[in-house]
Design a protein around this ligand. Structure first.
Ligand code: IPE
Ligand code: IPE
Ligand code: MG
Length: 247
């Protein structure tokens, strides 16, 4: 089906998700299937990031949160990590002006202190350059682990209580959520994971409490904006009950 036909169907099918989160998985298998080194799969995955951003801009998704590199991924071979870090810098340099023109505000979530200095500088540059973009909030999770994020929030709460800035009985779900990296955005409505894997791999454990899951067999570098549109259509067919009885 063409882009226009899919967009028309989405428009006729009800509410679109405000916030979409994506576990971009399958780059290594994409490369291996072509007898290429794994980093070439990560390089090919950059085109799919562009497709996802375009799909969000075309449909009006307000927030897109991408899982690019997990804390556990630091355990991969050093050459693969180095390739991923230089691809991150390449992505930033290549896309920065286009994202700014399209009013996409880019943010990075994770333990950014662990990045090499040049990657850290590139991250700061694109965040500053695109700040204020109001068409799409693009969050890229790098060196990100959800348990670490929740633990950090708990530590921040403990510090506030210890310093007398709040009392223990003011510690509620909202207070904790305000100390997560995602504080300013609503929880994801839809989670997409590519490459057929059916697990969270320590991604947004708190925020995905009521997200709808769409698992696609497609490997991330092959995931086009049409696949993204199909995921939105799948979401629109779901009956979200949030624990209540159907009305
Ligand atoms: C996802 O692709 C990208 C990262 C985790 C950095 P993978 O590299 O996990 O690809 P597979 O799962 O090995 O195919
Ligand atoms: C999750 O994918 C992390 C990212 C996509 C960045 P992994 O490939 O690292 O997850 P596992 O190891 O299959 O659970
Ligand atoms: Mg993987």
């Amino acid at each position: 089906m063409s882009d226009d036909a899919l967009l028309q169907r989405i428009r006729l099918s009800g509410a679109i998700p405000t916030h979409v989160a994506v576990i971009m998985d399958g780059n290594g298998r994409w490369a291996q299937g072509r007898s290429l080194p794994r980093p070439l799969g990560h390089a090919a995955g950059m085109a799919a990031v562009r497709e996802a951003v375009e799909a969000c801009l075309a449909t009006g998704v307000a927030v897109l949160t991408l899982f690019a590199f997990s804390q556990e991924n630091w355990q991969r071979p050093a050459d693969e990590i180095a390739a991923l870090m230089s691809l991150l810098e390449e992505y930033i340099e290549r896309e920065m002006s286009d994202l700014r023109e399209r009013r996409v505000a880019v943010r990075f979530l994770g333990e950014l202190d662990r990045l090499v200095p040049s990657a850290r500088e590139a991250v700061d540059r694109i965040v500053a350059t695109t700040a204020g973009g109001d068409a799409l909030a693009l969050n890229i999770c790098v060196s990100y682990g959800s348990r670490a994020e929740i633990t950090r929030a708990a530590r921040l709460l403990a510090e506030d209580v210890a310093a007398g800035r709040m009392s223990a009985d003011q510690v509620d779900e909202e207070a904790l959520a305000r100390r997560l990296y995602t504080a300013e955005w609503p929880d994801p409505d839809l989670l997409i994971r590519t490459s057929g894997e059916q697990r969270l791999s320590n991604f947004l454990l708190w925020q995905l409490a009521y997200a709808e899951f769409h698992v696609s067999p497609v490997l991330w570098p092959d995931f086009t904006r049409q696949h993204f549109f199909e995921a939105i259509l799948d979401f629109q067919r779901r009956d979200r009950r949030f624990g209540r009885v159907p009305v």
